[in-house]
Design a protein around this ligand. Structure first.
Ligand code: FES
Length: 325
């Protein structure tokens, strides 16, 4: 699927703000003129340009069939990187926000026989749009939703009816992960044709990733990070210098071993949107035209990597990488 251009921005109006659970608020965004919004698929996210230079990603959690609104759910994290706090404290109903077109790096697999969704905390947000799509097409699916307590559990009104049908299971650990879902046991024996999707906080992601690597066939486990993946290597990766060529200007830049592409281009006066600068949000996604990137992100799949590179973290396997900038 062709990805939307993150640089295509438009305005939305905050139609409503609703408390969903402790410290979690839903923001309903609509076209200021009442028109349709850009279409999206389940698992997609938008960038929200909150303040000058502050760009954050939020998964869309309403049904992709709805064209008149986007819904996001935001956990207030006072110790986070500022995006969630700004939305909770500075944004009011009626405000205008600038957002990107939806992009999706966490897609449902259409021909899966069955879908197994694991959500940790606010990682449930992309799963809500997935659930809507899976319900629409009558797919076989199960969601395990892990939170600390029922008070921290969002979307109860939409999920309880599905729990009663045996499609959603709630797991509350009271703050002690050992009392919650046994992720390894849940994932240790995948049924043929099942695809796995997981999204949650760092410890949850590590446990799911480890079980997926151990037990799931290649290409059947799909994930989305909203914090940096925990490092799982003994030795740091070796950085080698290379060059980047900018196709629009023909300029060539040296990328030394101790700087990223973004750092060099920014130092040269180019303006490039970034957010995490750690390879897990895809805000810096850039098309490359020649050369072979050394991808170091936790977002792009093989299809994306054939065309795009995340220039906040990638290096190059070839002496020159030509970027479509
Ligand atoms: S800025 Fe987040 S992946 Fe590059």
């Amino acid at each position: 699927m062709t990805q939307a251009n993150p640089k295509t921005l438009f305005n939305v109006r905050v139609h409503s703000i609703t408390d969903l659970a402790e410290d979690i608020r839903a923001f309903e965004l609509v076209d200021p003129k009442g028109g349709d919004l850009a279409a999206f698929t389940a698992g997609a996210h938008i960038d929200i340009h909150i303040d000058d230079g502050l760009v954050r990603q939020f998964s869309l959690c309403n049904s992709p069939r709805e064209r008149h609104r986007y819904e996001i759910a935001v956990l207030n994290e006072p110790d986070g990187r500022g995006g969630s706090l700004a939305l909770h404290e500075k944004v009011a109903e009626g405000d205008i926000l600038t957002v990107s077109e939806p992009r999706n790096h966490f897609r449902l697999v259409d021909d899966a026989v069955r879908h197994l969704l694991l959500a940790g905390g606010i990682g449930v947000t992309p799963m809500m749009a997935m659930m809507e799509t899976l319900e629409t097409v009558g797919a076989d699916y199960v969601i395990h939703y892990c939170t600390r307590t029922p008070l921290n559990t969002a979307f109860m009104d939409r999920l309880i009816p599905l729990a009663e049908q045996g499609k959603v299971f709630f797991h509350h650990d009271g703050g002690d992960p050992s009392q919650g879902l046994d992720i390894d046991a849940t994932l240790d024996n995948p049924r043929a044709g099942t695809h796995l999707y997981y999204c949650g906080p760092p410890g949850f992601m590590s446990a799911a990733a480890s079980a997926a690597v151990d037990h799931w066939p290649e290409g059947t486990a799909h994930f989305e990070y909203f914090t940096p993946p925990e490092e799982d290597r003994d030795e740091p990766l070796e950085n080698k210098p290379f060059q980047v060529k900018i196709v629009s200007s023909g300029d060539i830049f040296d990328i030394p071993a101790d700087e990223t592409i973004i750092e060099v281009l920014r130092g040269a006066g180019l303006t490039i949107d970034t957010s995490c600068e750690d390879g897990y949000c895809a805000t810096c996604m850039t098309r490359y035209l020649e050369g072979e990137p050394e991808h170091r992100d936790a977002v792009l799949d093989d299809e994306d990597r054939a065309e795009f590179v995340l220039i906040c973290c990638a290096r190059s396997r070839t002496p020159v990488l030509v970027l479509d900038l």
